[in-house]
Design a protein around this ligand. Structure first.
Ligand code: 13P
Ligand code: SF4
Length: 296
């Protein structure tokens, strides 16, 4: 199956991008795995005619925003992000206006329509840099309240929150972390900034998914508790087979991230099904927000 997918990709001049939470067999067949920032940058630079995004809807939309001339495929168009669905452009515009039109920083985990009414995007890897780059004392951040509170604790700016969250990262509790620490007393605890503030307060370091992989590689220590979606255990263990990685909680399992499989990937490549194309009027405005982030 993997050979067939590689062959189809060559025939269509396609590149396969996979998020770090994707199933192992998808990561193994991908040309590039990474976090949201790395994948957006790669999507903006590739010469391929077709980008197959193994991830969720907003990631494929971001590729379409950056590369309107390319065919962007999401092998299961129902793979979405529940957090991205917690904000819509009408409510966002109303809140921005109510706050006196302060700038909006929007997490890439959002629809193209929401990006189109935002001033700049951010990811978990660059959120502090993005917030501190803003020429304003007050900022509205959307949709992730946890990411926004993390940014607020690393800036002198006043951050207004939107009441969105990742249903899986938000599940992790201080109790879960304390239990994992008790079970693995020598392990460092690495948290994703989508976790709640009381969890981040317990973290030895706070990182994006690829940041976690780099951090574990550079550390002299050999065991780590990961406060993120459990799919990360695969690429991080593959990168450092001599180190040990434990999920902070098995509850952190995102079903949407597991909707892509070898069958729907092969089918999408063969028949060019699951195309994602952001309408031009939305794309133009969304591009401004995404490009300003990439340019930083
Ligand atoms: P990163 O890989 O950018 O840290 O994002 C995590 C995530 O939730 C993607 O859905
Ligand atoms: Fe969205 Fe959370 Fe799933 Fe990432 S892990 S796609 S933020 S629901």
């Amino acid at each position: 199956m993997k050979e067939k997918i590689k062959q189809l990709a060559r025939e269509k001049n396609a590149i396969i991008l996979a998020h770090n939470y994707q199933p192992p067999e998808i990561q193994d067949v991908a040309d590039l795995c990474g976090d949201s920032l790395e994948l957006s940058i790669k999507a903006s630079k590739t010469n391929a005619d077709v980008i197959v995004f193994c991830g969720v809807h907003f990631m494929a939309e971001t590729a379409s925003i950056l590369s309107p001339e390319k065919t962007i495929l999401l092998p299961d168009i129902d793979a979405g992000c529940p957090m991205a669905d917690m904000v819509d452009p009408i409510d966002l515009k109303a809140k921005k206006q109510a706050l006196g039109n302060i700038p909006v920083v929007t997490y890439v985990n959002s629809s193209a329509a929401v990006k189109a009414v935002s001033d700049i995007c951010c990811t978990s890897a660059n959120v502090i840099k993005v917030v501190n780059s803003m020429d304003a004392d007050e900022i509205l951040m959307t949709p992730d309240k946890n990411l926004a509170q993390y940014a607020a604790s690393n800036t002198s700016k006043k951050i207004h929150l939107w009441d969105g969250y990742c249903p899986f990262h938000n599940l992790l509790s201080a109790q879960d972390v304390n239990k994992a620490r008790k079970d693995h007393p020598k392990a460092l605890f690495i948290a994703h900034p989508e976790c709640p503030p009381e969890v981040l307060a317990l973290a030895d370091t706070i990182q994006s998914t690829s940041g976690m992989i780099r951090f574990a590689g550079e550390s002299d220590l050999s065991s780590f508790i990961l406060g993120t979606e459990t799919g990360l255990i695969y690429p991080i263990s593959k990168a450092y087979p001599d180190k040990k990685f434990y999920p902070a909680s098995e509850k952190m399992y995102c079903k949407d991230m597991k909707k892509i499989n070898l069958e729907n990937l092969a089918d999408s490549l063969k028949n060019l099904t699951g195309e994602i194309k952001v309408p031009e009027n939305i794309r133009k405005d969304a591009l401004g927000a995404v490009q300003r982030m990439i340019n930083l």
